[in-house]
Design a protein. Structure first.
Length: 220
């Protein structure tokens, strides 16, 4: 189930959110794609986070700066597979058949879930045991890379598997891309927060502002 995230903004950020909506940016959304009750990653649940766009638009960068730091994380701990990676560019699709829990590794991306045809790069991003953060960095692709184009009105930016039914995934990101006319758009300090609750059809999750500081990444 795809769940629309209601953004909350204060002061000038509210004006920015309103202005970028006309340029194609529609907001953030998520899907809870797995609930693991047994096996190697028992007690976890997995969500994917998307940027919602209008037809023909694309996403080129997810970033943070001193004025609008980036933070994405969990209130508990992220699952990180021994064969996984900080970004989807390091996920070897051929290994998933042998190491099935690799499919639930936690990573960031633009558009791709594995290394296949993946041009993703990153600079200045801190990958921690429970968060991803940056106050002067980004993960990005070039405008020529096809993976940034919207598919079905959205572009994948992260997958997180977290421990605990009561865990909360939350964050604040800034975004940059191009609309269908080739004009640049930006959306700074866009926030989300959600837990392991699948709403009834048509219902919206209750969301708000949150963020987590980066810590050193640990491998399971």
């Amino acid at each position: 189930m795809n769940n629309k995230i209601v953004l909350t903004a204060v002061g000038g950020a509210a004006l920015l959110a309103a202005s970028v909506a006309n340029a194609g940016y529609q907001g953030l959304s998520y899907e809870i794609i797995a609930q693991e009750v047994d096996g190697a990653i028992a007690g976890t649940w997995t969500a994917q986070i998307f940027v919602d766009l209008q037809a023909g638009d694309r996403l080129d960068a997810v970033y943070g700066n001193a004025s609008n730091p980036l933070s994405m994380g969990t209130s508990t701990t992220l699952y990180q597979n021994a064969f996984g990676s900080d970004t989807s560019a390091g996920i070897n699709e051929a290994l998933i058949g042998t190491f099935k829990s690799l499919a639930y590794d936690s990573w960031v991306t633009i558009g791709r879930e594995t290394s296949t045809d993946n041009a993703l790069a990153n600079i200045g991003v801190v990958f921690g045991a429970d968060s991803v953060s940056s106050n002067d960095g980004s993960w990005y692709i070039t405008p020529e890379d096809s993976q940034g184009a919207e598919v079905g009105g959205r572009v994948l930016i992260a997958q997180f598997t977290t421990y605990g039914d009561d865990a909360v995934l939350s964050g604040t990101v800034s975004l940059q891309g191009k609309d269908a006319n080739g004009d640049n758009w930006t959306a700074e300090s866009q926030s989300y927060s959600f837990g392991n609750v699948v709403p009834a059809p048509g219902a919206l999750a209750l969301l708000g502002l949150a963020g987590f500081a980066g810590r050193r990444r640990r491998r399971a």
